[in-house]
Design a protein around this ligand. Structure first.
Ligand code: NDP
Length: 246
């Protein structure tokens, strides 16, 4: 498949988990891939080799999503190396589980910076040169709309914020033929939420299909939203959650 040949994709947090699966899938369908990471340098370099082996260009950029300026510089580096970004995947995110009775303002600021401000900064910078036919894909969470456990207020806040920001960008950018959509995963087996972790049993029980999702399943949906066939889908919020919200 070479559906995205000569397209440039930028993924925040592409060294592990869902972002890494999206990076591999985008390369498989022919796109050049730039991605950021914060700490996992070795994994990032291994990803670059794996992506380049498919015949496309790959670029790993160390950029802490806590710092909006670093995110903006990362987008600029990707644009100067690969060219304008056609597909932006806002993926990097953190999950902090803490009750309001234990939370601090530092917790609030950390979640707000990584999960919201960095998404705003990346999109603001990327759309400056994004050509017609561009795509913004934000990885939100079903917790934007549904919070079946205690301690999730900051995470839920952040995912509700990126949901509405991304829907709003569909309005801002529609006349440039750029779409903006939100993928809201349910439990997906990654380091952030391992299928063998402390919450796995209760979360699995809540799904309709009684299993965790796989990062590759999110990547398939992201690749579809990036494809020309999805040009009439914009402002949409798509849950991919094994029916946990049913
Ligand atoms: P992982 O923790 O497995 O991977 C997170 C990725 O984001 C890594 O590449 C990591 O880089 C990067 N990252 C984390 N913090 C920063 C930072 N400060 N600056 C730059 N990069 C950073 O997470 P998932 O793959 O599970 O999650 C990806 C997205 O999907 C998140 O937005 C998450 O909220 C969302 N999601 C996940 C669900 C799940 O069940 N897994 C469910 C619903 C939504 P590094 O390797 O360098 O640390």
């Amino acid at each position: 498949m070479t559906e995205l040949q000569r397209k440039n994709v930028f993924i925040s947090g592409g060294s592990r988990g869902i972002g890494a699966a999206i990076a591999k899938k985008m390369a498989e369908v022919g796109a050049n891939v730039a991605f950021t990471y914060s700490k996992s340098q070795e994994q990032a370099q291994a990803m670059v080799k794996e992506i380049e082996a498919t015949g496309v260009k790959a670029l790993a950029i160390q950029a802490d999503a806590m710092e909006a300026e670093q995110v903006i510089l990362a987008i600029q580096k990707a644009v100067s190396t690969l060219g304008a970004i056609n597909i932006l995947v806002n993926n990097a995110g953190i999950f902090e589980l803490k009750s309001i009775t234990e939370s601090t303002l530092e917790d609030y600021e950390r979640t707000e910076k990584v999960n919201i401000k960095s998404v705003f900064a990346a999109t603001m910078e990327a759309v400056k040169s994004m050509p017609a036919g561009g795509r913004i894909i934000t990885i939100g969470s079903v917790n934007a709309d549904f919070i079946p456990f205690a301690g999730g207020s900051l995470y839920a806040m952040s995912k509700a914020a990126v949901q509405m920001m991304t829907k709003s960008w569909a309005r801002d950018l529609g006349d440039r033929k750029i779409t903006a959509n939100v993928i809201q995963p349910g439990p997906i087996d990654t380091d952030l939420n391992p299928a063998s972790g402390a919450f796995a049993e209760s979360l699995t029980a809540m799904t309709a299909i009684k299993r965790y999702g796989k990062p590759e399943e999110i990547a398939e949906l992201a690749a579809f939203l990036a494809s020309p066939e999805a040009s009439n889908i914009t402002g949409s919020v798509i849950n991919i959650d094994g029916g946990i919200t049913v």
